[in-house]
Design a protein around this ligand. Structure first.
Ligand SMILES: Cc1cc2nc3c(=O)[nH]c(=O)nc-3n(C[C@H](O)[C@H](O)[C@H](O)COP(=O)(O)OP(=O)(O)OC[C@H]3O[C@@H](n4cnc5c(N)ncnc54)[C@H](O)[C@@H]3O)c2cc1C
Length: 407
């Protein structure tokens, strides 16, 4: 016999599926420790970052109020073994970056610049003494780092064209020149500066204590339309004197060593680009389930479902590519061209995904309050930084054809 309660229940609409950008159950492949860290990062980003980040984005400001909680995550030195660092596999590195970017690409970038570009340079190219001196304090995030390679007049051509000079005078190096676009530079403590040695014309790396080195100044870059929470700076160095003990001594003898640092960090950008798409997709999907037009949720329209499915396909393809890239990195086999292909592919797909997300929001897609607009804008920076799409394709093109097309 059908009761009144059962009839009422039968009339209740089925609950809609919650947005889930992990369609191929990638999280199930993580071990218990990795999953616990992923959940910790998720909770931090969801409860601490998401509620306030649009305000900081509008104000072009970094949320310093979050730094104590960031430190408590104990993620400093992620992927670096020893020296008080968080360690962990390359997969863990990736999923942390992806999860951060799923909520906010600026926070993922701030962390990436400190952890992988600045600390990573010391790990890859520093001497044992330099690692002992700098990595523990940076792992605790008591000192925050930046990475100065790009210059006002030299971006993609940094390999052969750096104009910042380093001149040795006894046990001191004298640095002169400018760096542009340097993330964290307006407020951080330690700058890794890449400069051309006037004696042998090779690019060398220097650890500069920027707050206490005379002649070192930073001007905050204004009027960005992407990653506005990250503070980028234009650095000017006039007769900056740096001790020989601060020259990255173990490996930074040429631009080849700089490129080794970038191999790891470009691949991290691939994870960021994947996370950025996940955030845009989840916000967009939720919106389409709630927004009514013609008396129906727009999620019920075929053309909207087509866009949502294409977004999910992009995300899933990027996740699969990044997981394999992490396996190669773990085995020490990741090449520049594999890292470059992942960076180029995920950031290009990222632009496509966020533009579809913006599209399904209609006019609200360009209003920050719905979050998608922030992902939409931030994807532009991911596409260009740490080597543009074209530069990555030239790296891959050289590897697959045997011909260098670099000019
Ligand atoms: C938000 C943001 C954060 C950044 N953070 C940092 C940082 O922390 N540290 C740092 O050192 N740098 C940083 N950068 C700089 C970044 O790495 C450079 O912007 C990037 O390498 C490109 O250089 P560019 O902007 O000078 O462009 P350009 O090199 O001037 O390139 C302009 C265009 O020309 C194309 N192009 C150039 N050469 C070729 C060629 N041979 N063949 C075909 N096409 C070519 C490029 O692909 C691009 O489309 C950051 C940039 C951004 C936007």
């Amino acid at each position: 016999m059908v009761t009144a309660i059962a009839m009422k229940e039968a009339r209740q609409p089925k609950p809609l599926p919650a947005p889930n950008s992990d369609f191929y159950q990638f999280a199930e492949t993580l071990n218990a420790d990795e999953l616990a860290i992923l959940k910790k990062v998720h909770a931090f980003m969801e409860t601490k970052v998401a509620p306030i980040i649009n305000k900081y984005w509008v104000e072009d400001a970094f949320p310093f109020e979050l730094l104590p909680a960031v430190k408590e995550l104990n993620l400093g030195g992620l992927g670096i073994q020893g020296y008080g660092c968080a360690g962990g596999s390359q997969l863990l590195v990736g999923i942390v970056g992806m999860e951060m970017a799923r909520f906010d690409a600026s926070m993922a970038t701030f962390f990436g610049v400190h952890n992988f570009l600045a600390m990573g340079s010391i790990e890859v190219a520093g001497s044992e003494e330099q690692k002992q001196k700098w990595l523990p304090t940076m792992a605790r995030m008591d000192k925050i780092g930046c990475f100065g390679l790009t210059e006002p007049l030299v971006g993609s051509g940094a390999g052969g064209g750096l104009t910042t000079t380093a001149k040795r005078e006894g046990d001191t190096w004298v640095l002169n020149g400018q760096k542009r676009w340097i993330g964290n530079a307006p407020w951080c403590d330690v700058s890794i500066i890449w400069a051309r040695d006037v004696a042998d014309n090779q690019v060398k790396g220097f650890i500069v204590e920027n707050k206490t080195t005379p002649g070192f100044s930073v001007e905050k870059m204004q009027n960005k339309i992407a990653l506005k929470v990250v503070q980028n700076g234009q650095i000017t160095m006039k007769e900056c004197r740096v001790p020989e003990a601060n020259r990255l001594a173990a490996a930074a003898q040429s631009f080849r060593d700089t490129a080794r640092v970038l191999r790891g960090t470009r691949y991290y950008v691939g994870w960021e680009a994947t996370g950025c798409q996940m955030g845009a997709y989840e916000n967009a999907l939720k919106y389409t389930q709630e927004r009514l037009q013609f008396g129906k949720p727009i999620a019920s329209f075929q053309l909207i479902q087509d866009l949502l499915t294409k977004m999910l396909a992009n995300i899933t393809a990027c996740q699969c590519m990044m997981v394999r890239t992490a396996q190669l990195a773990n085995e020490g086999k990741l090449t520049d061209q594999q890292s470059g292909l992942a960076k180029a592919f995920t950031t290009a797909k990222g632009r496509e995904t966020v533009s579809w997300a913006r599209e399904v929001l209609g006019g609200n897609g360009i209003i920050l309050d719905y979050n998608v607009a922030r992902f939409f804008a931030d994807a532009e920076a991911l596409y260009s930084y740490e080597g543009t799409y074209q530069m990555q394709h030239l790296i891959v093109g050289k590897a697959i054809t045997g011909f260098s097309a670099f000019v």
